[in-house]
Design a protein around this ligand. Structure first.
Ligand code: S3P
Ligand code: PEP
Length: 438
């Protein structure tokens, strides 16, 4: 295979010459956009997504649903303002072929949808998609009545032989390797004949805010969901069978993708404004207000958005990131530039993300002169003077943005394959240079 030149290209990460002071309009949330697409596709009437994220992961989701017969029209919203996608649900059908890329949301959320389709749906993706765990979804779907052909490893590639309907019922799942197993089963459950009762039986369940996001979005389209938080048993979720409404939903900015910009304020002692930061949200990125305040910043949430200001000092942190694992690379980057050591805990499941993020962060920060060690469930980061060099990204968007944060403070950092940010933020290089030029 001829290597894609974009993947080997080096991007000189801009070095900040002073404090940043900019307003950054962050595109829509990947997690909200992909849930909204699935729920709209399963609804009994058309719906709208306004300000959807247009990135590799969300376009793969839209294309996959189209392959199963759903109509998704990309255009301008009903009132003529901004991008909006109209979703026209139809009878789901195979045969279809789905490319999941390396999108956890696509590879986990769509096999249950495919089980409802009439005909076979084949799933495959990037080489890394073959290594990311899917056993929780495959085993659960079989228990709930689906027929699936796979190679027995509990991973892609596989074919779901949709029978046009699925029994549903009670199922035990060990979701300790990914919360997306639970979200996947809950999202399609209103369309299962008996709904679903999902019982998580493993050790700690990561990324609870993402499960709350699933529950909130299901309720917003009319589903009845019982959760541990609404008085149910711990680690048990129930969704009742029933029709879903088509809604007109405005997608929130992606707060996890706001992270590198907030980090820029922290690292340079500057100020960043993120318009439309929601006052109430299930996105894990909202925890940054607290985490980055502890690391040396201060923030004010106004009706306009979030104003985040760095003090000039960066402090280390000891924090359990199990609920907000996707924030780890950006926090590690800031921690490597801090005035005291950090311990990031509760994130062993990051070894199964886009890449083994604990190994990748350790190697890349250490190759710039850092002192990072892996623990069983996280990282110890002892700040040291860093030097320039190549920061490899392992096809991981959050490695690329983490490297860019370090590059603000360390001259001569070059990011390999910054184009990998297209997974969730194709505009990253432009937004980053725009922030610095503003
Ligand atoms: O449901 C979602 O949208 C996500 C859940 C989390 O997955 P894990 O629980 O596998 O970490 C998160 O890391 C991922 O970026 C998005
Ligand atoms: C883990 C992530 O993605 P995915 O949805 O592919 O799991 C992420 O975006 O940090």
């Amino acid at each position: 295979m001829v290597p894609n030149p974009a993947h080997t290209a080096l991007w000189p990460a801009p070095h900040a010459s002073g404090a940043v002071d900019a307003t950054v309009h962050v595109p829509g949330s990947k997690s909200v956009t992909n849930r909204a697409l699935v729920l709209a596709a399963l609804a009994s009437e058309p719906g709208w997504l306004r300000r959807p994220l247009r990135s590799r992961d969300t376009l793969l989701m839209a294309d996959a649903l189209r392959a199963m017969g759903v109509e998704i029209e990309e255009g301008i919203g009903p009132d003529g303002t901004g991008e909006a996608w109209r979703v026209l649900p139809t009878g789901l059908r195979g045969p279809a072929s789905v490319d999941v890329g390396n999108a956890g949301t696509v590879m986990r959320f769509l096999p249950p949808v495919a089980a409802l389709a009439d005909g076979p749906v084949r799933f495959d993706g990037d080489p890394r998609s073959h290594e990311r765990p899917l056993n929780g979804v495959i085993d659960a779907l079989r228990t709930l009545g689906a027929r699936i052909d796979d190679d027995g490893r509990g991973a892609l590639p596989l074919t779901v032989h949709g029978g046009g309907a699925l029994d549903g019922g009670t199922v035990e799942v060990d979701a300790s390797s990914s919360s997306q197993f639970v979200s996947a089963l809950l999202l399609s459950a209103p369309r299962f004949n008996q709904g679903v009762e999902v019982r998580h039986v493993g050790t700690a369940l990561p990324s609870m805010p993402h499960i709350r996001m699933t529950v909130d979005m299901l309720r917003a389209v009319g589903a009845q969901v019982d959760t541990p938080e609404s008085g149910g048993e711990p680690n048990v979720w129930r969704v009742t069978s029933g029709a879903l409404l088509g809604r007109d939903l405005t997608i929130e900015p992606d707060l996890s993708n706001a992270q590198p910009f907030l980090a820029a304020a922290l690292v340079t002692g500057g100020r960043i404004v993120i318009p439309d930061w929601p006052a109430r949200t299930t996105q894990p990125g909202d925890r940054l207000r607290e985490i980055f305040t502890e690391m040396g910043g201060s923030c004010e949430l106004t009706e306009y958005g979030l104003v985040f200001t760095g003090s000039g000092g960066i402090h280390g942190i000891d924090v359990d990131l199990g609920e907000v694992g996707e924030l780890t690379p950006g926090i590690a980057a800031v921690a490597a530039l801090a005035d005291s050591p950090s311990t990031l805990r509760g994130v062993s499941h990051l070894r199964l993300h886009e890449t083994d993020r604990l190994a990748a962060l350790t190697k890349e920060i250490n190759e710039l002169g850092g002192d990072v060690t892996e623990t069983a469930d996280g990282l110890h980061i002892r700040p040291r003077a860093l030097h320039g060099g190549v920061f490899h990204t392992y096809e991981d968007h959050r490695m690329a943005t983490a490297g860019a944060v370090i590059g603000l403070a360390v001259a001569g950092v070059q990011i390999e394959n910054v184009a990998t940010t297209a997974k969730t933020l194709p505009d990253f290089p432009d937004l980053w240079t725009g922030m610095l030029g503003a």
